[in-house]
Design a protein around this ligand. Structure first.
Ligand SMILES: [Zn+2]
Length: 422
């Protein structure tokens, strides 16, 4: 681990004013422009270009120019081969030299590659351990549920840290007894898995009491947060982490802050009223696969109020999910985004509570699945959606209500989503 980064994250005062953040970014980019950008064939000529004037990137463009963007001279096809081999053999130590290679599939179906140098792996480990390691004096047992293991995560292992990987491609039942035996002090899992583990804990299939519970890799909905919080009797911490890096994590006060210590994050505002925005990131800690002027399609809702923890890094009220997963309803002025949060709140406020639900928009038709519905639920839902639509000046699409839940095999499936026709 990087000791400096670890100590700074654990005990440092952090960035306590906007001016301090600006100053930090300014200095970081001076170094980055002279030390890192010249090593990337793609960015070498841009070392003096303003960040906002750099080519606008996204996942697709990053993959298109992968071979020229990375500073390690790694060819894209070779990296894909190595990453895919590792996926197939489930032997996760894919490395090219000392650079680890990972594969991300994402929900958009695009395959992405990521790279991490030893320095980047140490930094990642230092920050996460600095923030989340419960007690430095005691050995910790970490259960980590991930779709794929990667040398990145192995970095955390050391004599004080027993680190066990639970492969999400294995059936979950197989994991429960192993989890019970491990009796983890730290539990790290994607939000949907936390929900399943919370259910297992509630029915007595497992009885574990981790001191830290960290939701990673996908959006943690307020419903799932509460279920997990109650089942384990602990605050649920969140690391909002994509292939693109750690974008935000919860502070000791339990609020999400953007990771402005590592990257400069600008806003592409998509809803002026709530301030909802898609982040555009410039990462100055990443020295292998450079991420500059890179737009993510996750929608974040900012929270302008100051945080009791004292950090001036932008507070995030919540991560709304992917821009392409918000619902879009028609109105007199065209299509308007109906945020997942608006739908969630509407359903949570139905007079007769339900157990669970799915809202699926497909070909401009809406299907709502209600689990544990009361006889009056259908009428209530029609009413609630109509008033939501009236408030947003749009019309509810043709609506079918079904009972129970659809058959779903993919853990990543969200409660509210758009499906496209095959
Ligand atoms: Zn805070």
């Amino acid at each position: 681990m990087s000791l400096k980064a670890f100590l700074k994250t654990r005990y440092g005062n952090g960035l306590r004013s906007r001016a301090a953040i600006e100053n930090h970014h300014q200095r970081a980019f001076v170094r980055f422009r002279s030390n890192v950008m010249p090593r990337s064939p793609f960015y070498a000529d841009y070392a003096n270009t303003a960040l906002s004037a750099l080519p606008r990137m996204n996942k697709q463009k990053l993959m298109d120019h992968f071979s020229a963007i990375n500073t390690c001279g790694i060819d894209r096809e070779k990296a894909f081969d190595i990453a895919i081999q590792a996926e197939q053999s489930r032997d996760f130590s894919p490395m090219i030299g000392d650079v680890s290679v990972g594969l991300s599939t994402g929900t958009s179906g695009q395959r992405g590659l990521f790279l991490a140098t030893p320095r980047e792996r140490r930094l990642w480990a230092a920050i996460l351990a600095g923030r989340f390691w419960p007690n430095l004096a005691k050995p910790q047992r970490v259960a980590f549920f991930m779709r794929a293991d990667n040398a990145l995560y192995r970095t955390l292992g050391n004599p004080l840290l027993r680190f066990e990987f639970f492969d999400l491609l294995d059936p979950l039942e197989k994991h429960l007894s192993r989890l019970q035996d491990l009796s983890p002090t730290v539990l790290i899992a994607p939000a949907s898995i936390l929900k399943i583990l919370a259910d297992a804990q509630n029915v007595g299939q497992i009885a574990v009491s981790p001191r830290r519970i960290i939701s990673v890799a996908e959006t943690l909905s307020p419903e799932d947060r509460n279920i997990a919080k109650q089942a384990f009797g602990r605050q649920i911490d969140e690391v909002y982490q994509a292939t693109e890096g750690v974008l935000a994590f919860t502070c000791p006060a339990g609020n999400l802050h953007l990771n402005e210590a590592w990257m400069r994050i600008e806003r592409d505002i998509i809803d002026p009223q709530s301030g909802a925005f898609c982040p555009i990131i410039h990462d100055f800690t990443r020295q292998s696969l450079l991420l500059l002027n890179y737009r993510l399609n996750d929608v974040l809702i900012p929270d302008p109020s100051p945080c009791p923890c004292g950090s001036a890094c932008t507070r995030i009220a919540r991560i709304e999910g992917r821009e392409d997963d918000a619902l879009w309803w028609h109105g007199p002025t065209g299509r308007k985004m109906v945020s997942a949060d608006a739908i969630r709140t509407t359903i949570a406020c139905l007079p007769s509570p339900i157990t669970d639900y799915r809202v699926i928009e497909k070909n401009n038709q809406l299907t709502v699945w209600l689990d544990g519905a009361a006889p009056t639920s259908e009428t209530e839902l029609h009413h609630a959606f109509s008033s939501l639509a009236a408030r947003l000046d749009v019309t509810v699409p043709p609506l079918t209500i079904r009972h129970g839940l659809p058959h779903e095999t993919d853990f990543k499936r969200r409660r509210i989503r758009i499906e496209t026709s095959p």
